[in-house]
Design a protein around this ligand. Sequence first.
Ligand code: HEC
Length: 121
Amino acid sequence: MNIKKSISKAIKLGIIPLLIVSSIYSNRVLADVEEQKAFKSACSACHNGGIRGFISGAPKIGSDKAWKGRMTKGFEQAIDDVLNGSENHISMKKEKGLDETSVRAGLNYIVEKTKTLQAIK
Ligand code: HEC
């Protein structure tokens, strides 16, 4: 094999995995940004621990104490409760016109930031 060929092979071998890894990584980063946006626009008013959170009693994002014993029926059930309403939650679809994608993204963000909930997902 001549030297030019082997250099170009080495470059390809290095670059292709690098491209794959970086595209997976950047997709994950983009997903994080989307989830954070969804949380901020749809959930943070109550779940960020501000005055509205305090008044409504909504568990604060990131607080293991506040989320302990919640979402015990699992992630998918929680999506359904938040989207369509339950005894624990107003319907974000009816009250705020949200769709499943944004509720799911918002809840993904809450779970990602809250240790206790990571076991549930
Ligand atoms: C208008 C205020 C408000 C908004 C906006 C809101 N929530 Fe809540 N949420 C609450 C309150 C209050 C509770 C606690 C209810 C209770 O303990 O009875 C709660 C509880 C929850 C729970 C736990 C339910 C359980 O099983 O105990 C989940 C999950 C949840 N919210 C997810 C979300 C997500 C995801 C969003 C955004 C898409 C969101 N919430 C937006 C007020 C809100």
